[in-house]
Ligand binder design. Structure first.
Ligand code: AMP
Ligand code: MG
Length: 316
């Protein structure tokens, strides 16, 4: 039987029986397991080589399922759901005791998402269990945006990969939490901060950078293609720049040329192509990548967040 396919029933049954499944979503592909099955969740951590202090997002087929894993839902969260519905947005909510500590790294909050991609919701509904799923890549590496990316990196670790085509959004979900009553963005992602501001009626604080284990998963060095990435300011005058020998140069927008992340400067297109571009660079003979940042607005902020982490080389 082939490892990649479109058999929802097979993927659902693998989840129910404690297996690992490559799950398509609109953001990136997830490495999915039954969130209530500790042994299955432990397999996620070992397959990805992910540290246990980095908690997992729990995926549900619909908001009506949220009471299975969370409680005392803030009214802001209800409001965001009412306006956005299934979306690249993750809600950090007080957890119910049924959620294993391994999923939340011992935190008393659980991260919950209802994906926009219909095939993902079909899988979740068919499995009938909450599904924990981090991005389906070895820890710290570039996130997968096609079924083949998952097969290339974790093919020997998964029971099945459900093929939903290339991810439409291409960067991870925006994560929002309510640590002190008001919304705080813990990760920039597929829903722009501006959209949250419009719905909530106030601008949520953005608190995204920390390498301390107490702020799980916000590690500075992440999304790494394994070779140096150097950042160029958005709007840099490329006519004054010549890439060093053996380096790839990637503009943010350039009408018609191949050496650009987008054709016309649309951030949605840039987000959608970002990880595939990093992956192509990783697989190429280029020694380093010089890449122009996106404009610091809307989805551009999520793109730049990923690029800064991809370029981060630690303290040494
Ligand atoms: P990934 O699915 O690999 O993109 O990672 C999911 C990220 O969600 C983690 O790295 C955390 O940063 C975040 N996350 C998951 N659960 C929680 C939680 N309970 N509180 C805060 N952040 C969380
Ligand atoms: Mg990830």
């Amino acid at each position: 039987m082939s490892l990649i396919g479109q058999d929802v029933a097979r993927a659902a049954s693998a989840l129910r029986s404690g297996g690992l499944v490559g799950m398509p979503t609109e953001t990136v592909y997830g490495l999915a397991a039954n969130a209530l099955d500790v042994v299955a969740v432990a397999r996620i951590f070992s397959a990805k080589n992910r540290p246990h202090f980095d908690p997992l997002i729990v995926h549900l087929s619909d908001w009506t399922e949220v009471d299975r894993v969370a409680q005392a839902i803030p009214s802001d969260a209800q409001l965001l759901w009412a306006k956005l519905g299934p979306a690249p947005l993750t809600y950090v909510l007080p957890k119910r005791p049924e959620v294993p500590d391994l999923v939340t790294s011992g935190l008393d909050h659980v991260a919950v998402r209802i994906p926009q991609l219909k095939l993902a919701r079909q899988l979740l509904a068919s499995a009938g269990v909450p599904v924990a799923a981090p991005s389906a890549n070895p820890f710290g590496f570039v996130s997968p945006t096609t079924a083949q990316h998952v097969a290339d990196q974790l093919g020997d670790q998964v029971d099945y990969i459900l093929d939903g085509g290339a991810c439409g959004v291409g960067v991870e979900s925006t994560i929002v939490a309510w640590p002190e009553g008001r919304a705080v963005v813990l990760r920039l992602g597929g829903i722009p901060v501006e959209t949250l501001t419009e719905i909530l009626g106030y601008e949520p604080e953005v608190r995204t950078s920390s390498s301390k284990p107490s702020a799980p998963g916000m590690l500075d060095a992440h999304y790494a293609p394994g070779k140096p990435v150097r950042l160029m300011d958005h709007g840099v005058d490329w006519s004054l720049f010549s890439a060093p020998e053996g380096a790839q140069a990637l503009r943010f927008a350039s009408n018609g040329t191949a050496n650009a992340l987008t054709t016309h400067g649309d951030c949605a297109e840039g987000a959608q192509r970002l990880f595939a571009a990093l992956r192509e660079f990783a697989a190429s003979d280029y020694k380093e990548l010089w890449i122009e940042l996106a404009p610091e607005v809307g989805l551009g902020r999520a793109i730049n967040d990923r690029l800064r982490r991809a370029a981060h080389r630690g303290e040494d």
